[in-house]
Design a protein around this ligand. Structure first.
Ligand SMILES: NC(=O)c1ccc[n+]([C@@H]2O[C@H](COP(=O)([O-])OP(=O)(O)OC[C@H]3O[C@@H](n4cnc5c(N)ncnc54)[C@H](OP(=O)(O)O)[C@@H]3O)[C@@H](O)[C@H]2O)c1
Length: 202
């Protein structure tokens, strides 16, 4: 299969490695990195990207920023840019890629543990995660041509030590385990699922 991996960072590089290990052709996309460059906050940039890439089978997204902060100090720009990048950015990826993905192709988006854990400074992340997960569940019943869509929701990654202070007492998950979830979402018939890489009862 031809796989498009968006994001070349901690999650994206592990996802790329996983699909290559499984014998698939992978093209990578970043804002400034990767085989192709595009800005997911700009729908025209995304439409141009998929015209250049052509037909593909799987889109695995591991990009999208949020700009968190203490609730009372959050600026209009932090809210707008978070929704524009990790929220609308992922939705627009699907919209722009849809004419180019194969029949029975697969999309996988990303949310995160803050869907279920509510932390000081985390309100914007929680809000955007719900936007993404809501989109995935609803789009799963509307996408044409047998195309599927799922979402991977990791807790903090073992490799992302810079985030540890924000997630005190959380058990991290290895990037390879997150990458396996992307592979499972693409390689099995699941649709409309949120793959949570954390326990919700402890
Ligand atoms: N790391 C964690 O612990 C963790 C846990 C749960 C969820 N997540 C989520 O997973 C996603 C990826 O996290 P990460 O830690 O892998 O991030 P990262 O290492 O900072 O990498 C982010 C990647 O996304 C690309 N990107 C960012 N904004 C973009 C844009 N506007 N258009 C196109 N590409 C863009 C970057 O491209 P360039 O490098 O070319 O700029 C980079 O390759 C994020 O949505 C994050 O919220 C991460």
């Amino acid at each position: 299969m031809k796989i498009v991996v968006i994001g070349t960072g901690t999650v994206g590089s592990a996802v790329q490695k996983m699909f290559v290990e499984q014998g698939h052709e992978v093209v990578t996309v970043g804002r400034t990195s990767g085989d192709f460059q595009a800005d997911m906050t700009d729908i025209a940039s995304l439409k141009a990207l998929f015209s250049r890439i052509g037909r593909f089978d799987v889109l695995a997204n591991a990009a999208g920023d949020v700009f968190p902060g203490p609730f009372e100090q959050m600026t209009d720009e932090q809210w707008e840019n978070s929704i524009k990048s990790k929220g609308m950015g992922q939705i627009n990826l699907v919209r722009a890629a849809l004419p180019h993905i194969s029949d029975r192709g697969s999309f996988t988006l990303i949310s995160g543990v803050l869907t279920d854990e509510f932390l000081h400074g985390g309100t914007v992340s929680t809000t955007v995660n719900y936007m993404v997960e809501g989109f995935v569940k609803a789009a799963a019943v509307e996408l044409p041509r047998g195309i599927r869509i799922n979402c991977v929701s990791p807790t903090v990654l073992t490799e992302s030590t810079a985030y540890y202070d924000f997630f005190p007492g959380f058990t991290p998950v290895d990037a390879r385990e997150v990458a396996l979830a992307y592979y499972r979402a693409a390689a099995t018939p699941m649709n409309g699922r949120i793959l949570k890489l954390y326990k919700t009862d402890c």
